[in-house]
Design a protein around this ligand. Sequence first.
Ligand code: KG4
Ligand code: ZN
Length: 383
Amino acid sequence: MALSHDPSSPQPAPAPQGALTVLGLESSCDDTAAAVLRRGRDGRIEILAEAVMGQNAAHAPFGGVVPEIAARAHAERMDVLARSVLADAGLNPRELDGVAATAGPGLIGGVMAALMTAKGIALGVDAPLIAVNHLEGHALSPRLTGALSFPYLLLLVSGGHTQLVIVEGVGRMTRLGSTIDDAAGEAFDKTAKIMGLGFPGGPAVERCAQAAAAPERFELPRILARDKSCNFSFAGLKTAVRRVWDRLEAPTDADRADLAAAMQTAVARHLAERADRAMELFSQRFEASDTPLQLVAAGGVAANGAVRLALASNAERRGFTLIAPPLKYCTDNAAMIALAGAERLALGQIDGLAAAARPRWPLDADAAQTDPANGSGRKGPKA
Ligand code: KG4
Ligand code: ZN
């Protein structure tokens, strides 16, 4: 249940009193981001400045994120971006109470850009470093824009992750399920690549699907139809899309639109079915208390209209409120890293300068151990 922290680095410290101003840095995939946030004594959050620089143009020719290109772009921009948000916030770096950076999981060359920059700043201004788990950032991100009470059920669906997690507090997360192969966003990106729709694939597939005249024309297999767990799978769907596509002799725009719609429907249905099972488990777990039933959908794929609709319908049936954070906090951003950093700092949980960048870092260490197919190591996809 406890968030697994790097045993080589955590340093218990006295929990600071009063407001905390924290710089957050993020570079674990293809967005370079920095943000400054203030956490009031009462836990109220104020974002003082934030910036995100994407890299879509650099990766578009390859139809997916190229790790070396991403790492180089992060290294070139991270320090500049950090300086720029501090200036936007009107802050001298010496006024920082802490410096937080994503330390994993992610593309290691990229992760190192934020982590090394954060270490340099922390050392330079003598502020504590907080090595943040990127997934914890996503898990807490819905709290950036308003008071969302713990616990809540989180469906995290992006290009790197697909998980269902019960979030009970900082460092208190229980993973109910995750993907056994590709992430949902990857399925969109690969579908777009197969059909020549461009990158990033999700928005392209969604746009294309809007033109479908016969959205039910192509029948794609129901994903994990007999499996009653909260796990996901998208590799078979990608293969099915390829098979249909290869059978079309001279595909027209109408074919493209119908296949895009079929793929989108299959993803939306799969996500909604798994979320439904998770809502059932959540309700059982908190049955005895008057816990509000809240389902948060975060990650780039949560921007998809068909996905939101399918989730909303199941949520309503189960008596859950569906909460979708604003898109800029759904996708990778640094405000969520600053938030996770500030929450940990408030609890006196800081890290030493020896904190390592980690390509894999499961959110729920217990689940990773008991269910290694979904945990860390080579067989732990997107965990
Ligand atoms: O959260 P995100 O920005 O980055 C991480 O992967 O962490 O998510 C990006 C993913 C990409 O795979 C992209 O294709 C997908 O989210 N995505 C969408 C939509 N917008 C972004 N997928 C489906 N429909 C969308 N409208
Ligand atoms: Zn992410």
